[in-house]
Design a protein around this ligand. Structure first.
Ligand code: MLT
Ligand code: ZN
Length: 463
């Protein structure tokens, strides 16, 4: 409970109607998509300007209050969970286009802009914002930047980081920093912009971002292939990517397909059932690309890797096929999954896959596992579904030792314990499998520089 005096100070900064204290608001703003922690913030504030954000941060420093920055709260690692009486600073009101510059092909937006709205704005200008993922309809740009969101087009367009040309932030000390000012070339020492990207709200609050926009792609075709085995997915990837510029190469298991079709009412891609499915997307303006895709498809069938397949014949069919992959995450919430978001180099994937498969078979004989992910960039999502009979606490306790073993395997293969979801609360105990003790120590020292009183998102990334 905040004292009346502190509530009054917050009211003075953002206006009384922008300080939310109702239990329903605290519950709503105090969690992301994870289901492990209980929301328990002391207040939610909705600032409307960078100066107001600054005032809130200065107040938090003065009174030693912790802040949890909050975007669309679609995160999957607990990075936006406020469980210890923190003030949630929600960026929802920073939802406008501030400046569009067609010559620079860039747009400056408030951090609270919804990803899909930015995509739509770019399309209206005849341009394209290529970072895309299932949560685009509710995630906010600031949160995407804070977690360096990836998604379904990374093999073609990279991560969020690759599109951020500038940032305006308030750091933990309450200073306003303008980072890189949208410049393409700027070799003037350390580029703090990149430090804030992926920092998960531990260094500062992102208030504005200047985003580069791309030229729009030509119409795309989607190919869904029924694949015979896990290793065969990599054979298919190698075959196609050697000859075609793919914009996506995703995969999912039969159990993921079963669940997404049952829960969402989507049609199966074809009658044949196969252990795994690969979803490929490529630009198909030229007929030759379609011919090439068909020839490669036949080649993969001849090799015995692919058992069936379908090529989209229209935009609506392409969209329907994409839904089979994109709706998996939403579908699985029904089972309160424990999420692993791991990556290794694609070249090291065959050995890693074999070992991780053996490990989970041994460790989870009684649990249902659902595999899917962005295998084209080395990123696997291994979801462990909670059996109904187990409490959330017991379920997480069962998953922890296996996560450690997966962490050890990732260390052996020099992979990442968090490919794209971020570390937050969920992965911080495993961070040392991917980052050296020296790196972890340097991260803590950097945190001290930008957030000397440790008021920003305490307990996230590391303790
Ligand atoms: C996805 O690839 O669907 C997202 O990262 C979300 C998830 O892993 O559940
Ligand atoms: Zn993903």
């Amino acid at each position: 409970m905040l004292s009346e005096r502190i509530v009054e100070r917050l009211n003075q900064i953002v206006g009384a109607q922008r300080v939310l204290l109702d239990e329903a608001d605290l519950q709503r703003f105090g969690v992301d998509r994870t289901t492990i922690w209980q929301a328990n913030p002391c207040a939610v504030v909705l600032p409307g300007s960078i100066e107001e954000v600054q005032q809130v941060v200065l107040l938090a420093n003065e009174l030693n209050l912790a802040i949890v920055p909050s975007g669309g709260r679609t995160g999957l690692s607990g990075g936006a969970v406020a469980k210890d009486g923190e003030i949630v600073v929600a960026m929802d009101r920073f939802n406008e286009v501030i400046n569009f510059n067609p010559l620079d092909r860039s747009v400056t937006v408030g951090a609270g802009m919804i990803t899909a709205n930015l995509q739509e704005f770019a399309t209206e200008q005849g341009l394209f914002y290529p970072v895309d993922f299932a949560a685009a309809g509710s995630s906010q740009i600031g949160g995407n930047i804070a977690t360096n969101a990836g998604g379904i087009k990374v093999i073609r367009y990279g991560m969020t980081r690759d599109w951020v040309m500038g940032l305006k932030v308030v750091n933990g000390a309450g200073d306003i920093l303008e980072l890189n000012k949208g410049l393409v070339k700027n070799n003037t020492g350390y580029d703090f912009r990149h430090l804030f990207i992926g920092s998960e709200g531990t260094l500062g609050l992102i208030c504005e971002a200047t985003i580069e926009l791309a030229r729009p792609p030509a119409d795309s075709t989607v190919l869904v292939l029924g694949v015979d085995s896990f290793p065969a997915i990599l054979d298919v990837l190698r075959t196609f990517s050697a000859q075609m510029d793919l914009s996506a190469f995703e995969f999912f298991s039969q159990s993921a397909l079963d669940k997404v079709t049952a829960q969402m009412g989507h049609a199966v891609p074809f009658a044949t059932q196969t252990p795994f499915y690969a979803l490929l997307e490529f630009e198909s303006a030229a007929e030759a690309e379609l011919d090439k895709a068909m020839a490669l498809f036949e080649q993969t069938v001849e090799q015995g890797w692919v058992l069936d397949g379908v090529l989209s014949q229209s935009l609506s069919q392409a969209e329907a096929l994409w839904k089979l992959r994109e709706d998996i995450s939403e579908t699985l919430w029904h089972w309160q999954p424990y999420k692993n978001d791991i990556s290794v180099l694609v070249s090291r994937m065959p050995g890693f896959l074999r070992e991780v498969d053996e490990l989970v078979d041994k460790s989870y004989p009684d649990f249902e596992l659902v595999w899917y992910g962005h295998i084209g960039d080395g990123n696997l999502h291994l979801n462990i579904l909670k059996p109904k009979a187990l409490s959330n606490k017991d379920f997480v306790a069962r998953c922890v030792p296996v996560s450690k073993e997966i962490g050890q395997l990732l260390a052996k293969y020099e992979g990442s314990v968090s490919a794209e979801h971020g570390v937050g609360l969920l992965k911080k105990d495993y961070l040392h499998y991917s980052r050296s003790p020296l790196e972890l120590e340097l991260m803590k020292q950097i945190k001290k520089v930008f957030d000397p009183n440790a008021i920003l998102n305490p307990g996230k990334l590391f303790d």
